[in-house]
Design a protein around this ligand. Sequence first.
Ligand SMILES: CC(C)(COP(=O)(O)OP(=O)(O)OC[C@H]1O[C@@H](n2cnc3c(N)ncnc32)[C@H](O)[C@@H]1OP(=O)(O)O)[C@@H](O)C(=O)NCCC(=O)NCCS
Length: 372
Amino acid sequence: MHRVCISSTGLYTPPHVISNAELVDTFNRYAELENTANAAEIAAGTRTAVPSSSVEFIEKASGIQQRYVLEKAGVLDPTRMRPNFTPRPDTDISQMAEIAVLAARDALQRTGKKPADIDGVICAAANMQRAYPAMAIEIQHALGIAGFGFDMNVACSSATFAIDMATNAIKSGAARAVLIVNPEITSPHLAWKDRDCHFIFGDVCTAILLERLTEAPAGVFEILGTRLVTSFSNAIRNNAGFMSRSEDRNPEDRDQLFYQEGRKVFKEVCPMAAAHIGGHLAALDLTPTDVRRFWLHQANLAMNQLIGRKLLGHDATADIAPVILNEFANTASAGSIIAFHRHHADFLKDEIGVICSFGAGYSIGSAVLRRT
Ligand SMILES: CC(C)(COP(=O)(O)OP(=O)(O)OC[C@H]1O[C@@H](n2cnc3c(N)ncnc32)[C@H](O)[C@@H]1OP(=O)(O)O)[C@@H](O)C(=O)NCCC(=O)NCCS
């Protein structure tokens, strides 16, 4: 059995920023247009007016201050309220593969590893642009990597579940190194017309390189263990899929986009995530106080603070549980990886850290790391 490490990560940040003020302004202009168009029904009491959104609510309820997106004009057009992407011919690289290649190159150039050193690519994300061929194979082709590639989707836990898959492939000897990419293009599936969630997501792509510890330089992060759990819940859903066309569904139907019961998710997932991390650490003869840093899923600031309190018995500082959702919003599976990418350079030899994701499914994944 080989010992496995994360030897590098990479990040692609989209070119456009939407501030909460811009987002709320667009939403409120959309609400005004809708309410004017439906004024008679609203006055007759047969229709509910669209309520207005507020920057104060968003920042207080979530901690999110802005988000990056691949396309901004369509999102901020109150008569459109979704990004505007141009279809690409099959001869051009797909949007997901394009940003994945950029994040992967960022990860590779930080290590000096070559595509020839890698035996597999996993494209792990909460949404896939198409059914087939797998995005991972397109990315593998674009980077010149031999071996295998496959796509996998475990919603917000896609990246941590992929870390588990890649760890096992390397541990067993099936692969020398595996590249994971998390192209999270969340803006097309976000219900920008729904005040309860229009502020939640942002676009991004992360990349993670895993390899045999013996092949990596000192200062990498050995994976001491990975742990996955799933437990069925309807609280976070998106029903869009290949059956939609035959169900004569309108792509704008509310259930064809992301929807959730946010409060229920909050209440149910926090104790699950804290128990999961505590159990994983205990199985490795570690306690939460042995952990230098928790790189948690980035959906909601209060959620992460509560998980920190449950684990440590006191508030976790930003140094112990770093926050990136203020800048990026919820980036699905990429969130905990951005936190790791941005906040690991100060780790000393032998310090312990935990990456943990939680999201739709429910799905929870963790990786306990030790700096070499
Ligand atoms: C989504 C979330 C930020 C909402 O925060 P919350 O404190 O639970 O807010 P609620 O949904 O209970 O809404 C509270 C009130 O604010 C209102 N409100 C909702 N969105 C608003 C907005 N954009 N602007 C102003 N008011 C808003 C609600 O209508 C509600 O009003 P009411 O009390 O009159 O009914 C929070 O529940 C959350 O982050 N949950 C976890 C989500 C998560 O992790 N999901 C995983 C996704 S992968």
